[in-house]
Design a protein around this ligand. Structure first.
Ligand SMILES: *Cc1c(COP(=O)(O)O)cnc(C)c1O
Length: 403
């Protein structure tokens, strides 16, 4: 029974939809059609020589599931094919992917420049955890390339960014930001969770690393946690990034890899359908008097609509942020009137979810940091799933109209 442990490689002629279904398949001796799930923590060696050769990398193959597992390899190869990456390293969650990048690329005394609007736990990791180990951070307005340039110091090692940002839906020109980073000899790291490779492929635009929370659209059905780091073989695998996962063990479970592998098969279809529903809902929300602002890159009213057309394949994504008059009270009223849309922190699910960022996902941040990030008390984040638009409208209207 041979399982190829080759480096991630897609047939270059396959379109994304085909890669999502076909990349990363290595059948066992049983010739199973669907991807096998290998629930095993270790592997048996033929003899002492083979054990020694595997552990010292003289012979490729499986060793121990903290750093080698056939199902995880299949996940890595499929995602690498979608992102157009030479290499992919899976992790147990999106946050462990981000931690691994920091642990792999930074040391005490180093400095990070990051966007002011980021996933709440990413900010917490920089300010609450890495700061204790002597890594400092500066937060800049996401779209202002001059601000990124000005924030660079001799000890700056990386730029960290999300586009669109959660939950403000602000964008940054990735090709422009990559140029600024590379002029200073700095790595650009992009969290591509919101767009997924179906809408946006940052490595093709000059980014050095992409990180993912597979928990979101890659699984797509709200079942498991997972994450990944993608980039060149040199930066991801032949590097301290790989060594951190191998040694510290923030590894993806084979079961979760298998769930995400099957989830990715419908990624292109889901993104298309969820983006289409989000576009209709964003246009509808913009017509309602109780809604003071809709933040959605697919709307012509979005200040960076043209950039969204260029950078995100003309789609706005499947998350719509909007603001209601009346602050937190009005926002909570809408949440409490829901009967269909789920009140949960997760996003990227086939089930639509509604979140009040300032008291949940971004609730641990200080008021000052929240304001600087543009997160207001009347702001709501809607992750649009696959329900009928009419049912979603009826559910939102209940609280919006009473508000
Ligand atoms: C959810 C999320 C993360 C963290 O991912 P987990 O899998 O929950 O650890 C990171 N970045 C963004 C943009 C996210 O939405």
């Amino acid at each position: 029974m041979t399982i190829k442990n080759a480096s991630p490689q897609a047939d270059d002629e396959w379109a994304l939809e085909t890669r999502a279904v076909r990349s990363g398949i290595h059948r066992s001796a049983f010739n199973e059609h669907s991807e096998a799930l290998y629930l095993t923590s270790s592997y048996v060696f033929d003899d002492a020589q083979q054990a020694a050769d595997r552990f010292t990398n003289r012979e490729p193959g499986m060793i121990y599931s903290r750093f080698t597992n056939p199902t995880v390899t299949a996940f890595q190869e499929r995602l690498a094919a979608l992102e157009g990456a030479e290499a992919c390293l899976a992790t147990s969650s999106g946050m462990s992917a981000i931690l691994t990048v920091f642990m792999g690329l930074l040391k005490a005394g180093d400095h990070v420049v990051a966007a002011r609007s980021l996933f709440g736990s990413t900010v917490q990791m920089l300010t609450g955890i890495l700061a204790r180990f002597g890594v400092t951070s500066t937060f800049v307005p996401l779209s202002d390339l001059h601000a990124w340039d000005r924030a660079v110091r001799p000890e700056t090692r990386l730029f960290f960014v999300e586009t669109p940002a959660n939950p403000t839906m602000e964008l940054v020109d990735l090709a422009g930001l990559a140029t600024v980073a590379h002029d200073h000899g700095i790595h650009l790291v992009v969290d591509n969770c919101f767009c997924t490779p179906i809408l946006q492929r940052p490595l093709e635009l000059g980014a050095d690393l992409v990180v993912h929370s597979a928990t979101k659209y890659l699984d797509g059905q709200g079942r498991v946690l997972g994450g990944a780091i993608l980039g060149s073989q040199a930066l991801v695998m032949d590097s301290p990034i790989y060594q951190f996962v191998r040694t510290a063990g923030p590894s993806l479970s084979p079961f979760n890899a298998w769930v995400c592998l099957k989830g990715m098969e419908t990624l292109a279809l889901r993104m298309e359908a969820q983006c289409a529903r989000a576009q209709v809902l964003a246009e509808w929300l913009e017509t309602l008097p109780a809604v003071t602002r809709v933040l959605y890159p697919g709307l012509p009213s979005h200040p960076q609509h043209d950039l969204a057309l260029r950078q995100q394949g003309g789609k706005g994504g499947a998350v719509v942020t909007f603001e209601v008059a009346g602050g937190q009270g009005a926002a909570w009223h809408i949440i409490d009137a829901l009967r269909l849309i789920s009140v949960t922190g997760n996003l990227g699910d086939t089930k639509s979810t509604l979140t009040h960022p300032s008291t949940t996902t971004h609730g641990r941040l200080s008021e000052e940091v929240r304001q600087a990030a543009g997160i207001t008390p009347g702001m709501l984040r809607l992750s649009v799933g696959l329900e009928a638009v009419t049912d979603l409208q009826r559910d939102l209207a209940r609280g919006l109209i009473q508000a």
